[in-house]
Design a protein around this ligand. Sequence first.
Ligand SMILES: *[C@@H]1O[C@H](CO)[C@@H](O)[C@H](O)[C@H]1NC(C)=O
Ligand SMILES: *[C@@H]1O[C@H](CO)[C@@H](O)[C@H](O)[C@H]1NC(C)=O
Ligand SMILES: *[C@@H]1O[C@H](CO)[C@@H](O)[C@H](O)[C@H]1NC(C)=O
Length: 196
Amino acid sequence: MSCSIFLLFFALFVSILEQSVSVSNGSQRVILRAISGQDGEKPDFAVELNATNFDSVLKETPAPYAIVEFFAHWSPACRNYKPQYERVARLFNGAEASHPGIILMTRVDCALTINSNLCDKFSVKYYPMFLWGPPKKFVGWDPKQENSEILTIERGRTADILLGWINKQLGSSYGFDDGKYENEHLQWNFSDPGQQ
Ligand SMILES: *[C@@H]1O[C@H](CO)[C@@H](O)[C@H](O)[C@H]1NC(C)=O
Ligand SMILES: *[C@@H]1O[C@H](CO)[C@@H](O)[C@H](O)[C@H]1NC(C)=O
Ligand SMILES: *[C@@H]1O[C@H](CO)[C@@H](O)[C@H](O)[C@H]1NC(C)=O
């Protein structure tokens, strides 16, 4: 009798222990994921640009559209946002992209001294800030010149909202679960990249 009560408590104890282990395991994984994103241990889908390669990368990309995210690596808001941006970037950038060649998704770290002129040029006032436009329009950008082809994405703060904004802009219906080239036929014609 006392033995089975002991077993019962033991079983209870073990199950509580298991629960707490799996919880701490879970949060540990979340922390690890955040850190690995930060360190770039896992390769990023968005392309990190700096003052040195900004113009050349945007000049050379065959994609008809680009998004530039201006961020600061020290900003907690930017760090929290990064997985959201990456979730969208993996649809468009990289070998496994479901919609390659349409949007080049990039980021510029304005906290790096090398980029301060670049970020000033684009009048970056808050982080993260997103600009959208044809890649070549970003090259040699003159802030004093009216440039209606470069748009600010005002509310790109979650992956869903950002993808929704893109879909509205392009008249597309891209989704996070798309297979390769799925939904492309609906609105896109690769041989005519100027078309929307
Ligand atoms: C706990 O972490 C280990 C290794 O980090 C992993 O193999 C295991 O699946 C995790 N368990 C849970 C419940 O997340
Ligand atoms: C700019 O980015 C390129 C490509 O990632 C890198 O090779 C280069 O070292 C960077 N320049 C500076 C000054 O960080
Ligand atoms: C794509 O564009 C090319 C040239 O502009 C045209 O010949 C072709 O029919 C178009 N294809 C579709 C599916 O619209």
